[in-house]
Design a protein around this ligand. Sequence first.
Ligand code: AHG
Ligand code: MN
Ligand code: MN
Length: 357
Amino acid sequence: MSLHQRPTLTQYLIEQRRRFPEATGDFNSLILDVAMACKSIARAVALGRLADVPAAGTTNVQGEEQKPLDVLSNEAFLRTTEWGGNLAGMASEEMDRPYAIPPQHPRGKYLLVFDPLDGSSNLDVNVSVGSIFSILRAPEEAIAGELAERHFLQAGERQVAAGYALYGPSTMLILTVGNGVAGFTLDPNLGEFMLTHPDLRIPEETQEFAINASNRRFWEPPVQRYVAECETGREGPRGKDFNMRWIASMVAEAHRILMRGGVFLYPRDNRQPQRPGRLRLLYEANPIGFVIEQAGGRASTGRRPVLGVQPEELHQRIGLVFGSRSEVERIERYHAEPGTRDFVTPLFGERTLFRTA
Ligand code: AHG
Ligand code: MN
Ligand code: MN
């Protein structure tokens, strides 16, 4: 079968839309604009040092160094999606405040939240990076009035769609519109994302875990226990040997787990007790969590489903554990055992929409 006999992203979206006869097509054109942003970022990333990007030397709102490509990728998202009349506003890792749609463009009924370049510390060493996006419904007052941070503070279970692009040996787009997960591979000759992975499911059985083990001394007891049990392998309580991976691009780890199973942990730890984890809830944990759950896996704070957490701040961080369902449930069980349950970070509770048992 030649490449271009596969459905394109456009065809996939049109077929999905037939499930909703009342749909206007705004949503589909938004996804296609996001895909366009990802294609342009893929080109820039692939050029590496050949890209003539000026050194930025800036830091973002979280005090992290911004690479020139972080800034360029953020611009790509803004410019490619702001004009279409589908958005009431955007928020990104690289912008302190929400971005209101400029007055010359019509406003639409969605909000777009994104990490324009995830894993950007890997750019210098030519290791895979990606973009992560989440689409929410805009509250009426965000469409009619002034855009505010509170409009974005929606639990992950309210996402309309989410996904990521992976800039690896091939460029891929992984998408959920709440009806399973589809994977597309960019055909560079056609400039089109082609449907190559129609129904991604995370394998249930796994022998692979991913965690930054240099943080071991800061981990809480349930994480210490889980990793120690994996490490003792066949001789330990798990009765099988495990493999460990750490790419330091969450988007690449998520993709590996989607393709062949495994579990990822960036848990809340005791390094800086006021910082409740490393990854950001709205544009890292929630979109990846939605994809993972739609593929039959599980995404958790370690204590509860991450998609149920009510966000309190735009750039809020959170502990994140995701992957094969039974492994994540095991980690949650370890957290629920007496003596480990009552650890509470001073600044952020994990307020949840789910009732805790
Ligand atoms: P970003 O490049 O968007 O700031 O995100 C990097 C994140 C994530 O992708 C990765 O899993 C993690 O940071 C790596 O953290 P360590 O440096 O602690 O390994
Ligand atoms: Mn990131
Ligand atoms: Mn980033």
